[in-house]
Design a protein around this ligand. Sequence first.
Ligand SMILES: Cc1cc2nc3c(=O)[nH]c(=O)nc-3n(C[C@H](O)[C@H](O)[C@H](O)COP(=O)(O)OP(=O)(O)OC[C@H]3O[C@@H](n4cnc5c(N)ncnc54)[C@H](O)[C@@H]3O)c2cc1C
Length: 468
Amino acid sequence: MNIKEFNEFKKYSEASGVIALVDENIHMELNEYGCFEETVSQSDDYDIASTVNFVSPNFNKNVNESMISKQLYEHVENINFDKRIGYYLSLYAGHVREGDYRLNGSSGGMGTWIFKELFENDLIDGVIHVKENQDEQIPLIYKYDISRNVEEVKAGSRTKYYPVELSKALKKIKEVPGRYAVIGIPSFIMAIRLLAQKDEVIKNRIKFTVGLICGHQKSSKYSDALAWQMGVKPGNLKYINFRKKYSDKPANIYGVEITGTIEGKDVIISRPIKELIGHDWGQGYFKVLASDFTDDVMNETADITLGDAWLDNYINDSNGNNVIIVRNPVINEIIQKGIDSEKLELDTIGIESIMNSQDAHYRHTHDELAYRLYKKDKLRQWYPYKRVEPSDDFPFLRKKIQDMREEISTKSHFFYKKAVEKDDLNYFIKKMKKLSWKYKFLYRILTIQNRGIRNTILIVAKRKFTNR
Ligand SMILES: Cc1cc2nc3c(=O)[nH]c(=O)nc-3n(C[C@H](O)[C@H](O)[C@H](O)COP(=O)(O)OP(=O)(O)OC[C@H]3O[C@@H](n4cnc5c(N)ncnc54)[C@H](O)[C@@H]3O)c2cc1C
């Protein structure tokens, strides 16, 4: 592949950084929109290493998540399979009871607790996860790094809706022998699985993979835009907690807390996310393009998958809960022991509960991917090979909603860049509000259509009458 072809393909890259491990002339850099991308430090006639096509999930035409997960888990004793969630040994919803894992976690705290157990059972020597960046030379708030004990792992808890990449951390584990666990979003875990097929050192050293469910990846401008709305201008943001729990609110009503400077003074500010433009994940502000070209919702190649328990029985609990899909027998046993010893409070749930918890995400990411692929076909544009077939067979309004989501996420990147150039946050807000209004209008029509006109009138009248 030459550089011109590579530059076309890389628009769809998950930008995990694995490519930089198989071609030393490729480096990961944040682009002008705050998204990681691969840059090639060679002249235009350079031939990109052929393994690049293999290790990146969106370039690989021949190996998909179904094949990798089959190789990994098909032979596990008592394993089950469902087409939508992949292989599984057990399914749970709940949280960690032990210590402060839940308090300091974004959901139920399982993401940190499982690493603690792997350390304490002497199964790993290090964890590759996302931590605060301490290196002042790098203009990033968070980055992938390695924790070598429980205390270090605990310091890196919580969800970061922030661009990250694995190349530097993976290079470190190639230098330092040991047994490692890694956590990542679906395309990153798949990229590591593909890399492991080409790289014996990675294959032998990565012993466990923890997968996150991921609505989509955000650019670094998402953080900047939230902070700017709270008074901290671009460049002055130092720290952001994307998931501040409110003890008196349901788990999905969370806050954002930032540390930064305003007119030279250090400030800590928090606001409910719902008050800030860009909070609606459905609209997809600052979404990375590759997120719209994955069909792996449940992180099918990970040893354990963790997400938020967005379910009626759990959502009202402000402390947060996880949904959990377990595939690896060692992790399954650790969790079973955790339940028996009351370190964990987990309920066994069914496939439909897992699906319900990710209802809107699955519809967008998996089902309606078919329409996004259809649009690419129509424009005769290249797109990554997926397990979903292109299709136009969706109701008119669902297609319009997909079109609006594409417009919102694309334009949010451009309008925000312009707003920074103009030093005018209102430029961004005004432009985006118009688009968000159109999106909400479509949703209103869809709701009326689903309820029927008569029921809608009755509901509106009842609300007026009861003053709600
Ligand atoms: C970008 C993104 C989008 C998400 N979207 C959804 C969604 O749509 N639906 C859903 O149910 N869940 C989603 N999640 C997962 C959810 O937010 C929680 O991360 C998950 O439930 C684990 O919470 P916990 O309390 O168990 O973990 P914690 O104990 O808080 O530990 C979290 C672990 O994840 C690591 N981590 C944090 N950010 C990242 C990152 N960007 N990449 C890799 N590792 C990271 C941390 O370093 C830590 O080790 C998303 C997560 C991310 C990062």
